[in-house]
Design a protein around this ligand. Structure first.
Ligand code: FES
Length: 337
């Protein structure tokens, strides 16, 4: 049986099939709702149930606090309707018209950026482009229906090539294969663009704080290069955090940005500074560096990308420092094994 979902604000309606989440049904029908992890942990897909009831057959809605459940909040990536629903959720206009495609892509470059980070440059077939918004991600399709998600590190203007930063996960079958076996000119299959992490240009000319953990730098790099390409003058303060300085694998590029563009600032944070090295940057977690620099975040738009634990800690810290929740955008990813 199918149920109907109506969005409270816009009145947009779509149908949900048995066994489908509200989010999947919306995306299938071209209704763009915010999401990132799709497994119930990040909270990007949070909405409010105005009427109707849902259940969570696969994952409990971990990203919801108890009081939020009591307030009829729901995680649309996990929620399946038990009846027709009216839901309050932000519909995203900007990516509505971007088509999600499956494409083969050829490996053109494989460069080690750090001990555990590999840069891949993939070339799309002749005359094909992947239309995307800076900050979105693609999935690499593997045998047996498995997928691995990677943010696009290059800006949309780089035409028929896309750059990925692949972090080697200890014991990870796919990333181990990328590091050791994947060869130049091999073909990968990908699907994208995906996700709703992109810079909002909605007239609020607020300064941007961007925060990345490890390879969470990748989508921010795409965003910054895209903003520069468009001559956007909003001040940008990039914070990049990692365990060790070596994991800040493209600081040379970041310094080129800050030297050429006075509106870009950069700060680093190292969470495991050794005692021998001269102290460099902020010693601690990168979200601590952000609130140390900006005790009041109420005037900023904040974009952040990193593993779930970092994003969760940052959400709480930034809320305590005045960030407007509708001006906080994030991409939360597990490192794909
Ligand atoms: Fe639903 Fe992350 S919790 S997309």
């Amino acid at each position: 049986s199918e149920f109907e979902v109506r969005l409270a604000g816009s009145g947009t309606t779509f149908t949900v099939r048995t066994g489908e989440s509200v989010l999947d049904a919306a995306l299938r029908q071209g209704v763009m709702l915010p999401y990132s992890c799709k497994n119930g942990t990040c909270g990007s897909c949070k909405g409010t149930l105005v009427t109707g009831e849902v259940h969570y057959p696969f994952h409990p809605p971990m990203a919801l606090e108890r009081h939020e459940l009591a307030d009829s909040k729901t995680l649309l990536c996990q929620a399946e309707p038990l009846e027709d629903l009216v839901v309050e959720a932000r519909e995203i206009e900007a990516i509505r018209d971007i088509e999600v495609r499956r494409l083969p892509a050829r490996v053109m470059e494989k460069t080690l950026l750090a001990d555990n980070v590999m840069k891949l440059v993939l070339k799309l077939p002749a005359a094909q482009r992947l239309q995307f918004l800076a900050g979105q991600y693609i999935e690499i399709l593997l045998a047996g229906g498995k997928r691995r998600a990677f943010s696009i590190a290059s800006p949309p203007s780089s035409e028929d090539e896309i750059e990925l930063h692949v972090r080697h996960v200890e014991g990870g079958d796919f990333t181990g294969w990328v590091f050791n076996e994947l060869a130049l000119r091999d073909i990968l299959r990908l699907e994208g663009p995906l996700g709703t992490f992109f810079v909002r240009n909605d007239g609020a000319e607020r300064p941007l704080v961007m925060m990345g953990g490890g390879t969470g730098f990748a989508p921010l790099k795409s965003m910054i290069e895209d903003l520069l390409a468009h001559g956007d003058q909003r001040p940008i303060h990039l914070f990049w955090g990692a365990r060790t300085p070596a994991e800040l694998y493209q600081e040379g590029l970041v310094r080129e940005w800050t030297q050429a563009h006075p509106h870009i600032q950069y700060s680093s944070a190292i969470s495991e500074p050794g005692d021998d090295a001269a102290p460099r940057g902020f010693a601690g977690f990168v979200h601590e560096a952000v609130v140390d620099t900006y005790p009041d975040l109420s005037g900023h738009d904040v974009y952040m990308s990193g593993p779930p634990a970092m994003i969760d800690a940052a959400k709480q810290a930034f809320a305590a420092h005045g960030v407007h929740t509708d001006r906080l955008f994030y991409d939360s990813f597990e490192f794909g094994a």
